[in-house]
Structure formats: structure tokens, C-alpha cells
Design a protein around this ligand. Structure first.
Ligand code: FES
Length: 166
């Protein structure tokens, strides 16, 4: 009799443990992002609230993305993202020398990398120090007043074909 009770106890314990694992698995599934969201990897940013000469840093696929609304006195560039009458600089915020994150200096209107002193202008073009190339422009699509990072819209494809994105 006692061995039967032992067996029942073990069986019940086993069920309880399995139930616990199933509950934990269900909880983990509910914390994870939906597969479609994770796979899509898009970030949408509303540009209608952007202020001139104020750097907006977003995150896209684990990388910092710089969005800078240009002032009218900043040099216009083929790398500018034009939305309505406004021009924006949009780039992956990683220095093209060794990958540090440059800082934006609004008074000087330039990006400076603290690692080795590299500088970029407000079009993301390298102007001083060791960076060998401009800041990289991420895939983007303009959707009204919004920019969708991660999607290759016609404006991005045009830049890409002209060799301006890297
Ligand atoms: S990593 Fe930016 S200048 Fe070297």
C-alpha cells in the first residue's frame, strides 16, 4: 500500500512539475515580441515634431540612428532626406573609422567622434580626422510625415543607386 502511495505521490509531483514548466513556457511566450514584429525590424519615427538643429537618436536593429532636421543655413546635400519643405540628415550613428558613436555639437553644427577626433558635417560627410567615409544612411521609406527605418523606399533606392548611402 505504501509503495502505491509513493508511486501516486511521485506521479502527482511529476504532473505538478510539468504544469509548472508549461506555465513558465506560456509566460515566456507572452513576454517575447510577436515573431512578425521581431522579423520585420522596422522603426517608425514621426518627423512632424522634429526641431531644427536638435539631434533625435532612435534605435533600429540595435544601432543608434541619427535624425537631424537641418536649418536653412546648413549646406543642402544629395544625402538629405526631404519631407515636405524640410530637409533631414538621417544616418546610422556609428563612426566609419572604428564604430564609436559620435556626438552632435549643435553650436558648431557638426558631429565629433571622441575616440580619435573624427568629424562629420550635418550631411554626415567626413570632414576631419581618420573616418574614411561618410556616416552610413540606413534603409528608409517616407510615409507622409513619418520615416520608416528598415524599409527601402524610392528615395532611399535613388540614393543607393547613386552610391550615396555608404
Ligand atoms: S572611431 Fe571615430 S574617429 Fe576613430
Amino acid at each position: 500500500m505504501s509503495s502505491r502511495r509513493d508511486f501516486m505521490g511521485m506521479a502527482l509531483g511529476g504532473f505538478t512539475a510539468l504544469g509548472g514548466i508549461a506555465a513558465l513556457y506560456a509566460m515566456k511566450r507572452s513576454w517575447d515580441p510577436l515573431p512578425s514584429v521581431a522579423a520585420a525590424g522596422f522603426t517608425t519615427v514621426d518627423l512632424s515634431v522634429a526641431k531644427e538643429n536638435v539631434l533625435n537618436v532612435q534605435k533600429w536593429r540595435g544601432k543608434p540612428i541619427f535624425i537631424l532636421k537641418k536649418t536653412s543655413d546648413m549646406q543642402a546635400d544629395d544625402r538629405d532626406v526631404v519631407v515636405g519643405r524640410a530637409r533631414y540628415h538621417v544616418s546610422i550613428g556609428l563612426c566609419t573609422h572604428l564604430g564609436c558613436i559620435p556626438a552632435y555639437l549643435p553650436a558648431e553644427k557638426l558631429f565629433r567622434c571622441a575616440c580619435h577626433g573624427g568629424e562629420f558635417d550635418t550631411s554626415g560627410r567626413e570632414t576631419f580626422g581618420p573616418p574614411p567615409s561618410p556616416l552610413v544612411i540606413p534603409p528608409f521609406k517616407i510615409d507622409g510625415n513619418k520615416i520608416v527605418l528598415g524599409e527601402e523606399g524610392p528615395e532611399y533606392l535613388k540614393m543607393k543607386e547613386a552610391g550615396l548611402t555608404a
